[in-house]
Design a protein around this ligand. Structure first.
Ligand code: CP
Length: 307
């Protein structure tokens, strides 16, 4: 049966375990999966810029033996002539077996999923969510920390517009004994609907601070984020806030030895290049983990669609 993934909560914790197990098996036995999607086509419909997500979806499908059709920007598609997301999804359903879609508008992937006759994966919809980035994040946390429970997770930077942050909080809030430290300027605080509906509703402890240095000693995971220039209404505010946090070796002085430093990338200035050589830097591992999790998700949704 056709099924789409729009939000990380569309996947149960048991299904996340299944995807993690598949991804780990792909890492150990890539040859077993080399023809798993032979004869199948993935359409990547990206109406907003991307390097990692689009290329990792495409690499994932190639490594599964499938083919790829691609729209790389809105200007080169009939969206620029006014075609609706629904019509685009119906049309692409005639050519492909599965869609990965990025769009600047919140809810666009859901609209596409309702219109399409094939599975749709949300590859980022505005400031809303980015479930496959969360899959990459979860595999990274599992491989680095061994568990999803009992962690103090610091989220730093643009917590207002950062869709990866919203998806990760939703995912990690389902596990026991996690705490969140929300580090941001006042203007970029986590939206109150996430604080209220996800954290407060479940009694999950969290604190808000503007100081990365004060938060550092307690953190098991530090998730840095870019200030989302494309979601700002005026340039002046962006310029004032863009360099609010720059993680460098001096700021890591009081960090735990086994801190897991993450960033969904792209980075602008949020992490100094000198941090890249620190064994705690996990953001390029995160990129690779994203490809394996997208392979696992494509396999799962195509298998379910065939049943
Ligand atoms: N992390 C992420 O979504 O990167 P891209 O915008 O390059 O796809």
């Amino acid at each position: 049966m056709k099924r789409s993934v729009i939000d990380i909560l569309d996947l149960t914790p048991a299904e996340l375990e299944e995807l993690l197990a598949t991804a780990l098996d792909i890492i150990d036995n890539p040859e077993k999966y080399a023809h798993a999607c032979a004869g199948k086509k993935l359409a990547t419909l990206f109406f907003e810029p991307s390097t990692r997500t689009r290329l990792s979806f495409e690499a994932a499908m190639h490594e599964l033996g499938g083919a790829v059709l691609s729209v790389t920007d809105a200007a080169s598609s009939s969206a620029s002539k006014g075609e609706s997301v629904s019509d685009t999804a119906k049309v692409v359903s005639c050519y492909a077996d599965i869609i990965a879609m990025r769009h600047p508008k919140e809810g666009a992937a859901l609209v596409a999923a309702r219109a399409a006759s094939i599975p749709v994966i949300n590859a980022g919809d505005g400031g809303h969510c980015h479930p496959t980035q969360t899959l990459a994040d979860l595999l990274t946390i599992r491989r680095q920390k061994g568990a999803f429970s009992g962690l103090t997770i610091g989220l730093c930077g643009d917590l207002k517009f950062g869709r990866t942050v919203h998806s990760l909080i939703n995912a990690m809030a389902r596990y026991e004994n996690n705490r969140f430290v929300l580090i941001s300027p006042d203007e970029l605080k986590l939206p109150s609907y996430v604080k209220k509906d996800v954290l407060a509703e479940r009694g999950i402890p969290y604190e808000q601070t503007t100081s990365l240095e004060d938060a550092m000693p307690q953190l098991d995971v530090l998730y840095m984020t870019r200030v989302q220039k494309e979601r700002f209404f005026n340039e002046e505010d962006y310029l004032r806030l863009k360099d609010s946090y720059i993680l460098d070796m001096a700021k890591l002085k009081n960090a735990k030895d086994d801190l897991c430093i993450m960033h969904p990338l792209p980075r602008v200035n949020e992490i100094a290049v000198e941090v890249d050589d620190d064994p705690r830097a996990c953001y390029f591992k995160q990129v690779l983990n994203g490809k394996y999790m997208r392979m696992a998700l494509i396999l799962k949704l195509l298998k379910e669609a065939a049943q």
